[in-house]
Write a protein that binds this ligand. Structure first.
Ligand SMILES: O=C(O)CCC(=O)C(=O)O
Length: 314
């Protein structure tokens, strides 16, 4: 019997969807979430956008784009939505954790832990390139002892090609991990131009879908998102999970009180170690803003962008 046949029957996903995720490193499931729950999420999102109008600078809850103001809020990210409102946690620990359990589940005893949550937006600006997310991989932001971590995105609005859809390179989870520092040793949170030029973008898949659709990508999968040129903000709720036997060994950049909470299955007694090495990020214990800030170079020279640890005395 193959490992796949031995899996318990998936709760939410079909065996074909589980197999496709493991083969391709990503998955798109259209309309997983229905209109009633979406409506409740829209209300909460609108309330946070309203609250952001009175916030002048990025803080532990709001990551604000340059040009943000009361008249035209430019909220790039609501941080740790799982602890900002019970509804976000209900979704993260409910249906989306079931999806993670289907995908991680049979790997090692079924344990699934929560890693982090964020709600990303894209606004159409005079310069839409400013809201593009460049090619990157996630695991270099938060190395674990294995590569089971995954991120599940939930589109809260319809997302077409001009709305900045998540875009993946199929199969790249089995390829190399890239250096996400620049030549001066600053963390950029993305591939260098030279590495990006080496990607076969003709194979890239734009994950477009109606509101309520989910995207899943493995922590090694190379992904990006193009600029949004439409104006609805493209709210994308992202929740990350890991197998319970994957242990982080650096500071969680988006830590919340739910960090490493066991959501499904049993706790691990043994850590599972993947022999493939992982790039170490800066020490986030001094704070982390967002991938948008890192990729736009806003943090260069602040000390936050440098690799963790002190150089040895020579
Ligand atoms: O918001 C997006 O389009 C993608 C964000 C992303 O890839 C990330 O936060 O790691």
């Amino acid at each position: 019997m193959s490992a796949l046949e031995a899996r318990p029957r998936p709760a939410v996903l079909s065996a074909e969807q589980v197999a496709a995720y493991h083969r391709d490193g990503y998955l798109l499931v259209e309309r997983l979430i229905g209109p009633e729950l979406l409506g409740r999420l829209h209300e909460r999102v609108a309330a946070f956008l309203e609250r952001s109008r009175s916030v002048a600078a990025s803080d532990s809850v709001f990551d604000l784009a340059p040009g943000h103001g009361a008249e035209s809020p430019r909220l790039r990210r609501l941080k740790t939505p799982d602890e900002q409102d019970p509804l976000f946690w209900e979704v993260a620990s409910g249906i989306l954790a079931d999806v993670a359990a289907d995908l991680i589940g049979a790997e090692e005893g079924g344990g699934v832990t929560f890693h982090h949550s964020k709600l990303n937006f894209k606004w159409s600006e005079a310069n839409p390139q400013a809201n593009a997310v460049r090619w990157h991989q996630d695991i270099q932001f938060y190395p674990h002892t294995n590569y089971s971590p995954m991120t599940i995105g939930l589109y809260l609005q319809d997302v077409g090609p001009t709305d900045g859809p998540l875009t993946v390179l199929p199969g790249s989870h089995d390829g190399p991990l890239y250096d996400q520092y620049d030549a001066e040793g600053n963390w950029t949170g993305c591939l260098s131009d030279a590495d990006a030029a080496g990607l076969d973008e003709s194979k890239a898949v734009m994950l477009t879908g109606p509101a309520g659709s989910i995207t899943v990508h493995n922590c090694r999968t190379v992904h990006s998102s193009p600029p949004a040129t439409t104006a609805h903000g493209r709210p994308l709720l992202l929740n990350a999970y890991a197998a319970a036997d994957a242990f982080p060994y650096t500071v969680n950049p988006s830590v919340s009180r739910h960090d490493r909470e066991l959501l499904r299955g049993r706790p691990a007694r043994w850590a599972r170690h993947d022999p493939r090495p992982c790039l170490i990020p800066p020490d986030w214990s001094g704070g982390y803003s967002s991938i948008f800030a890192a990729q736009s170079g806003e943090e260069k020279g602040t000390g936050k962008a440098k690799a963790a640890g002190k150089p040895a005395m020579m």
